[in-house]
Design a protein around this ligand. Sequence first.
Ligand code: CTP
Ligand code: MG
Length: 230
Amino acid sequence: MSVVALVPAAGRGERLGFGMPKALVPVDGVPLLTRAVRGLFASGCVHHVVIAAPPSDVDQVRTVTASLAPAGGAVHVLAGGAERTDSVRLALAHALAEIPDTRVVLVHDAARAFTPPSVVRDVVAAVESGHDAVIPVLPVADTVKQVDEVGVVVATPDRAVLRIVQTPQGFNARVLENAYRSGLSATDDAALVELLGVPVATVPGHPHAMKITTPFDLAVASAVLSGGTR
Ligand code: CTP
Ligand code: MG
């Protein structure tokens, strides 16, 4: 029975502004996507990685990721879609068709390239222990305000009950398949599963699992790297 990680990596990286897909942007010479895939395999519990690549860069992504799978594992590369959810849908369809013993599916942003392998292990372990959906989360450090359409504050939610969500998000494969078949749409994969009424469990996330979106985030990632992570 396989644990399969779907890696949406087809975005253009507009906010990072490198003029190339974010997944291929190097940090210290190593593309973000390569770092993300290494982290997944380094967990020791991921067997297959299915990458949704920018349609114009499928061959390049194949080249940079070809040697990353350990013995008994595999990297699959296909063209992603117009939106992240399209990329995940395509990668999920590929996984279910090509890897019939898929039991646990992770969805992990290439942009979270520095996610510690321990977070991957914790998510997989929680799914394998019986949770149908599991997400890594962090507490909210800042006070959060709800505002109206002109920016006036209407409420101050209790931040003690709020969490920041990271990836990898982990699912029982059948549950994620049903969620994508439902025709519903949501802002992330866990939210889609929530719409089906499936409880979503949480495990602790990690600051290094931050999503690299802006040049500032990339500077933070470089600092993390110089601190000795992979
Ligand atoms: N993604 C994807 N397919 C898309 C859009 C996004 O697979 N059509 C992926 C990105 O490659 C990234 C993750 O979804 O790994 C989160 O998206 P985001 O951080 O928004 O990345 P980009 O879309 O590349 O960045 P931007 O929005 O700044 O262009
Ligand atoms: Mg985007």
